[in-house]
Structures are given as structure tokens and as C-alpha cells.
Design a protein around this ligand. Structure first.
Ligand code: BDR
Ligand code: CA
Length: 313
């Protein structure tokens, strides 16, 4: 059984990923931590509580701190044109959800939960890396206690989706992502190199609703706005970025990885760009020496990933 803390900014594709984690028989979802990104952290936390209530998820929800990791960095604009004003496709989520929030801020929740289950917890982060970076900074001792870190974010050998070089989750807090990539814990990055190849069509979604009933009807309802956005970019469907990261946990054989040190460009015209120095790249001595070798997903068996998502939902 994989113990997972899901760090998320729901977000339409985040919602699908959450349902995947909840439904998968080999995953024990032990916490949901929220971060700003697709909307403010107030809104993403409200959305996490809404989805928890609708899907009867037991895991506690802990809310992130609203500030970026480096307080000098201003927030990027919320992408309301992708996920809607409410972050869930403008379906009319209630203003407040009457469920308790964990009293700890998200990063404290991560620290304490990792200590409670040494060597067992996988962190899956599909929003800004702010909570993970803050947890690392406050307690570097968790580095040796976390089983694995799986991230949706970044673009290594492909273009970004915020600027030509940067992907949204990294661009929204580059200093945080750089701290997470360069820490000596095992990181796997599931970025745009693979998620842009994973298109779920309207027909795929309709078939999921036919098999999954009410819980997937909600998923379909919140996805319509997002599909309309993506239809202008990919043929007949939507990208299920965050589910790809969750699939990696249970089916890593569906991905091809490249190992190497990773850094994030923090500032300038390539703000938020992710760069990897593959382990077999011969360079002279440089500031890249001595950094941990992390895994970047470069290829994906997209039909198999989409099938696993559909079967699980
Ligand atoms: C990422 O940004 C958000 O819009 C999605 O939820 C995903 O995590 C894709 O760039
Ligand atoms: Ca997300």
C-alpha cells in the first residue's frame, strides 16, 4: 500500500487526480495539503473540502500559507481562463463547506506526518512546490524520511505553457521548485514532456461517466469549462496533467525516465524554466556538480495511462 500526501491546487485536473488516488486500491491517501495556483489558497482549500465531501474522502485537509516561498516574489495571475473563477469550471461550488480543516498549516502537516511514518510516505505535488519547500526549510530532517517525491511540473525538452520556457506549477513559485529539485530526496518529475501527450477526449470522459455513476458525473460537470479551454489547443479533449503524476506512483513502467541534476531558472526572460543536466552529459566542472540526480519523465505510454485512469475512476 502506498501512503500518499497529495499536495494540490484544485483545479479541474487536480480533482480528477484526487479521485484517482481515492479510488485506487493500492493507495492509502493520508492527507491533502492545499496550495495557491489555479486559484487562491482560500479557493483551492474550499474546493478540496468540497471534493472531500462529495466523494466521501476520509483524508484530512491542511491549508497552505498564501505567500510564495521567497516573499519577494509576487504571485502569478490565477489562470481563471483555464479552470474557471471558482477553480472548478464555474459549476457553482458553495462559498463555504462545513467540514473541519486540519489546524496545522500544510507544511507542518507534511513534516509531522512524514515523521509519524518514516520511510513510508510519498509526496505527490501537483501545484506550486511552496508547501514542500517550506517543509524542507523548516525541517531538513524529512529529506531522509520521505519515501519518494513525485511532481507534476516543468518542461525539459518541450515548451512551457506560461512562457515559452516555463510550466505553470514551476513558474508560480520557481524558488520553491528549485529547493525541492536540489534536495537529496528522490524526485520524479512528470512534466509537460509527457503530460501534453496524454489527451482525454470528450468520448473518453463520457465512457468514464457511464461506468462510474454519480462521482464521475461531478468530474464531468467540472471538466466542461476546462475541455472548452483545451479544445483550442489539443484536438477534441483535455490534458490530464495531474493524473499522470499519480499514475506514475502505481505504474512507473508506463514512463521512460532520464536521470540527472535539475535546477530552475529564477528570474529573467526564462523565469521558471526547468533544466536538467543528464548524468551522461559531459560538461566541465561547474555549479551543477554534486547535485542529486533526479528523474525526469521523457516518454509515456499515453493510451495505457488513460486506460488506467478510466478503469480506476
Ligand atoms: C498544471 O497547472 C495547472 O493548471 C494544472 O492543475 C497542472 O497542475 C499544468 O501546467
Ligand atoms: Ca494542479
Amino acid at each position: 500500500m502506498h501512503k500518499v500526501i497529495f499536495d494540490t491546487d484544485p483545479g479541474v485536473d487536480d480533482a480528477m487526480a484526487l479521485l484517482f488516488l481515492h479510488q485506487h486500491p493500492e493507495i492509502d491517501l493520508i492527507g491533502i495539503t492545499t496550495v495557491f495556483g489555479n486559484a487562491s489558497v482560500e479557493t483551492t482549500t474550499r474546493n478540496a473540502l468540497f471534493l472531500k465531501r462529495e466523494w466521501q474522502i476520509d483524508a484530512p485537509v491542511a491549508k497552505g500559507i498564501p505567500e510564495t516561498f521567497d516573499p519577494a516574489r509576487a504571485h502569478a495571475a490565477w489562470p481563471t481562463f483555464v479552470h474557471g473563477e471558482d477553480g472548478l469550471g464555474n459549476i457553482g461550488v458553495p462559498e463555504t463547506i462545513d467540514l473541519p480543516i486540519d489546524p496545522r498549516p500544510a507544511h507542518r502537516f507534511i513534516i509531522e506526518t512524514v515523521h509519524a511514518h518514516p520511510g513510508e510516505v510519498t509526496l505527490i505535488a501537483v501545484g506550486r512546490m511552496t508547501n514542500l519547500a517550506r517543509a524542507l526549510k523548516e525541517d531538513p530532517g524529512i529529506i531522509g524520511l520521505v519515501k519518494a517525491v513525485i511532481i507534476m511540473g516543468g518542461a525539459f525538452d518541450t515548451n512551457g505553457n506560461v512562457n515559452p520556457a516555463a510550466e505553470a506549477n514551476i513558474h508560480g513559485d520557481p524558488e520553491a521548485a528549485d529547493a525541492v529539485f536540489t534536495a537529496a530526496w528522490p524526485v520524479t518529475v512528470v512534466g509537460l514532456d509527457v503530460t501534453t501527450k496524454t489527451v482525454m477526449t470528450r468520448a473518453d470522459l463520457a465512457a468514464i461517466v457511464e461506468r462510474g455513476g454519480a462521482r464521475t458525473q461531478l468530474l464531468s460537470d467540472i471538466s466542461q469549462f476546462y475541455i472548452d479551454f483545451y479544445e483550442t489547443r489539443v484536438p477534441d479533449g483535455m490534458l490530464v496533467h495531474d493524473s499522470c503524476a499519480c499514475v506514475y506512483l502505481v505504474a512507473p513502467e508506463l514512463f521512460t525516465i532520464r536521470k540527472g541534476a535539475m535546477r530552475v531558472v529564477c528570474g529573467g526572460i526564462a523565469d521558471g524554466q526547468t533544466i536538467q543536466k543528464p548524468d551522461d552529459l559531459g560538461c566541465g566542472p561547474s555549479v551543477w556538480d554534486g547535485l542529486p540526480s533526479q528523474a525526469a519523465c521523457m516518454e509515456i505510454d499515453a493510451p495505457a495511462v488513460l486506460k488506467l485512469v478510466a478503469d480506476t475512476l
